[in-house]
Write a protein that binds this ligand. Sequence first.
Ligand code: WTA
Length: 652
Amino acid sequence: MADEERRNDIDALLAEHRTFPPPDEFKRDALVADTDLYDEASSDDEGFWARQASELLDWTTEWTTILEWDLPNAKWFVGGELNVSANCLDRHVDAGLGDKIAIHWEGEPGDTRTITYAELHADVQRFANVLKGLGVAKGDRVNIYLPMIPEAAVAMLACARIGAPHSVVFGGFSSQSLADRIDDAQAKLLVTADGGYRRGDVFALKPAADEAVAKSSTIEHIVVVRRGENDVEMVEGRDHWYHELMAEADAECPPEPMDSEDLLFLLYTSGTTGKPKGIMHSTGGYLTHVTYTHKYVFDFHPDTDVFWCTADVGWVTGHSYIVYGPMANGATQVMYEGVPNHPGNDRFWDIVEKYKVTILYTAPTAIRTFMKWGPEEPAKHDLSSLRLLGTVGEPINPEAWMWYHTHIGGERCPIVDTWWQTETGGIMISPLPGATTTKPGSATFPVPGVSAEVIDDAGRTVERGGGYLTLTRPWPGMTRGIWGDPERFYDTYWSRFEGRYFAGDGARVDDDGYFWVLGRIDDVMNVSGHRISTSEVESALVSHPAVAEAAVVGANDPTSGQAIIAYVTTRGSATVGVEELRAHCADQIGAIAKPKTIYFTPDLPKTRSGKIMRRLLRDVAEGRNLGDTTTLADATVVDELQRRATETPPEE
Ligand code: WTA
């Protein structure tokens, strides 16, 4: 992080003196209202996690060792066996909760489905049998490329039931991204849909799935859920309608006993190199972590709460806090298919009122968008059912926090700002809402069982001030590595600081010991809460025949957190339009990777060793005075760029 950026952040934060102790009314029924959990975990974290694992989950075989730790490889609850889908479904049905609503599903056009635990249980078993019937066996990988429909949860849980790891690819990714992920995972089967709804229109998924399967080499069958009712081509023998297979399938499929360390899923995420990483998550440790955090961070009361996490199942938040954590806790939850502004800008508040949502978990980028639309939108609805709010995905600025507190939380709901990552599996730093005094913009403290520390360049602990955010002890939900690339796992996360996990965020510790996460300090951008690597977008740009070289940076953006800014040099006399290049990025990666602004430049600022100086480009993009340019090979290049940035309006 550039020094001046850090100073700005710190100045802004120093002005933040507001504190919010847990309201008495909230505290009265809170699961945790004191420091007991913290005390227990800090005296024996392994014993603490073991207690959570045995109290929160059903195991078919007891473990023999809590933790085997051989950096960077952790094994939790070694020798234990359990099945994730049995923990999310069977045990609730067996306990007489079959009629309890698992999912209030709301389609974007306004159609709804109410699904009980018994129904979900039956569907998951049917789909597990469908998978087996199509040749999927324990250990085989299954790709899932679906809109936000209940079948996404059914498919994931069915995979978990038979021990076939899933790899969910966000429905907004392009066919090329899907093909790359299929190939990397060597997936055998793909679950997709004809299409889904987005902002009033049907977006087709099946054609992209077809293209991806043509470009990749391992898919034997495609199962297609009917949702959009758009016309699709079905390839005889390869493609099958979900509803036809389900109608024939047996609703009984016993859960496969899985080893605690067996792979539950892969989820691809951006790193600092162009190639997405298949982040591996285990069975017993992961489920313990997400069930525990869902219960205590959200102060979850299964009999009265209605939980709504607005993430897409294609991201880790959807895995951990729509499917696995809430369902292991027997939650009733809302699942919504579409965008927040269809048919009106008050759709979310309409849903909160309709289902009497008590806990809402969303992203700062969404909150900033709601701020733009104005407080009159939530004011149209009765939001009095809400009792707790959460955020995730990027730093929340204090203004957005205060707006959320005032206009959504009615000044009565605690806010849990939860810091975590795809790699951590579950929440790591967050208030416990009945126990922690919050400060707007701070994720506060590591949750009980988690050990985090801010350190300086030399690896020394920073007691007060800014530095690198690291984790000092293994935790159950931690990734078990990168699929097919154990060395990259060590190099990426464990090599920078000895004995510590570091995944690219800067943070500051204030005078009261609160953590303030400042955001990414590596070459990964955070656009609307989604991680996108600069090099991935650069590779996409350079794959266009007219482009010779490209540099991409994330620049501060009032709505999306960071916006993608690209600097492009064309080949010889080739010309290409901005829109064409943006469309090309959408085609290669997905619409989320479209640069907001593209500048054409005859040259890029480079060091004498040829490294592109992204820091300077960020300064240009954010309109800052340039610092030291003496290491540049050709200082006139940035002068020219600055002239263009100020004289020519950016091409958006
Ligand atoms: C950022 C999403 C500040 C951070 C669960 C992290 C946050 C990256 C917060 C992980 C937060 C997530 N405050 N920053 N509360 N939550 N981040 O893998 O930069 O999609 O490294 O996981 O999001 O993004 P990922």
